[in-house]
Design a protein around this ligand. Structure first.
Ligand code: LLP
Length: 434
């Protein structure tokens, strides 16, 4: 988690490579995204704020869609793993981009429908679905419910009144190289059934009156930075027999720091479809369910510097305290995710000499550190700090620690900016009091 000197020395790149593709710095390094100056956005909408390049979401959806369709001979679909950025305007953007959607609760399902997804393009996940989750999915008529366990079959059979398509989630027995909390393909995973248990479920589903087993689902984890484990998962599930549909999950990693180099969408899809063409039936439908890699780079967070503490010794870090932290970005304290950041007025590339800073949040614990070590150019109180690659799971995991108010989501496009989710208010904090 701590960035050592060696990693810093080999890292190279421009900070704009981590922001959305539309990001540019002017001659002084002052940053804008989609034609919107980040400092002006801070003045207009306040801080912290999640800034999202709307076109970057759409472009990435198209990249996934066209790459998969070109690489696989049968039907294909891309299902937005909506847990990665569950707000109605993001659902709306992806529905308009023509991709499908994966939801993991009746709450996400409600937002997906509000965002304009047709039920026929929605699939429902969950390792502990409630009766409400199952009934809502059936009532709405989603395309697939993903069966995670035998209790799911009981519950679906209890409530189904007409034919419902289902997929069966299988544990491939693959420990993908990622943080333990987001690794889901190992033998002891709480998600899905082992290959042996899957045989039992398949036999039951084939006898079911209302449940129609269309295919298999596999997902090995998130923020995976190499492709071979994805191919291994495809090979593992191919031993179960032939099905019409294979949902190969999500999991492709995003580039958070200069020294990370995730596979491209083309590399990832290439690996999946090569494995599929050797081990899955020709003409079967292949789905993928990307979350992080679809949304991470489209988003960034802007903060205002509240305090500066200079180190007593030259080896120390300058502590830069901002008006956000683990309330709007839990990735660092929960998973040790490393981010980069820059002064919005004076952006620096990797390895450029600036002041060595520790970027800390305003919450009441030492773990509330956004970046352990980052070079910032002359940070001062009132300055705006911009942190790239916060489009995935930051909004999702935002919370009210210290009764902080969750930030707004601001969409930017072609020089225009609009709030699509407003900032929480003090009244919101008490809105559920009875
Ligand atoms: N499909 C299923 C069944 C999943 O559980 C997930 C993510 C995805 C697809 C999308 O994976 P992605 O492409 O985003 O890697 N709370 C954590 C992330 C947990 C990921 C959960 N499942 C975080 O804040 O980083």
């Amino acid at each position: 988690m701590t960035r050592d000197g060696a990693a810093e020395a080999v890292a190279s790149g421009q900070i704009s490579e981590l922001f959305p593709p539309s990001a540019v710095g002017d001659a002084d390094g002052r940053l804008s995204v989609a034609g919107c100056d980040l400092i002006e956005l801070a003045q207009r909408f306040g801080t912290p704020a999640y800034i999202v390049d709307e076109q970057a979401l759409t472009d990435r959806a198209h990249e996934y869609r066209t790459t998969l369709a070109a690489a696989w001979s049968g039907p294909t679909d891309v299902m937005f793993a909506s847990k990665s950025f569950p707000c109605t305007p993001v659902y709306r953007t992806f529905a308009a981009a023509g991709i499908g959607c994966d939801v993991a609760s009746c709450g996400e399902l409600a937002m997906a429908l509000r965002g304009g997804f047709d039920p026929s393009r929605i699939l429902v996940h969950g390792n502990a679905k409630s009766a409400e989750d199952v009934r809502t999915a059936l009532d709405v008529g989603v395309r697939w419910v993903v069966i995670d366990n035998l209790c799911d079959i009981d519950r679906l059979e209890q409530f189904a009144a007409q034919r419902q398509g289902v997929l069966l989630r299988v544990i491939p027995g693959i420990d993908a190289p990622t943080h333990d909390a987001i690794s889901t393909g190992g033998h002891d995973s709480k998600f899905g059934l082992s290959l042996a248990e899957a045989e039992v479920a398949i036999a039951r589903l084939r006898r079911s009156t209302y449940l129609r087993l269309d295919g298999i689902h596999v997902h090995i984890g998130s923020q995976i930075l190499e492709t071979p484990p994805f191919a291994a998962a495809v090979n593992a599930v191919s031993t179960l027999g032939e099905f019409e549909v294979y949902d190969l999950g999500g999991g492709l990693g995003a580039r958070y720091t200069y020294d990370e180099h995730p596979p491209s969408v083309a590399d990832y899809i290439g690996e999946l479809t090569r494995a599929a063409s050797t081990s899955l039936p020709t003409g079967s439908t292949v789905l993928v369910e990307p979350g992080r890699s679809l949304v991470a780079r489209a988003g960034c967070t802007i903060y205002e510097v509240q305090t500066i503490k200079r180190p007593a010794s030259p080896e120390g870090h300058t502590l830069v305290g901002v008006n956000g932290g683990m309330g709007d970005n839990l990735e660092v304290s929960l998973y040790g995710t490393r981010f980069e950041a820059t002064m919005a007025a004076r952006s620096l590339g990797a390895g450029t000499v600036g002041e060595r800073c520790r970027l800390v949040g305003h919450h009441c614990e030492s773990g509330d550190c956004l970046i352990d070590s980052v070079r910032l150019d002359s940070p001062g109180v009132g300055d705006i700090v911009a942190m790239p690659t916060t489009g995935a799971y930051c909004y999702t995991m935002a919370n009210n620690y210290n009764a902080s108010r969750r930030p707004p989501v601001v969409f930017v496009r072609d020089g225009d900016a609009r709030v699509v989710v407003r900032r929480e208010t003090i009244d919101d904090l008490m809105a559920r009091d009875v």
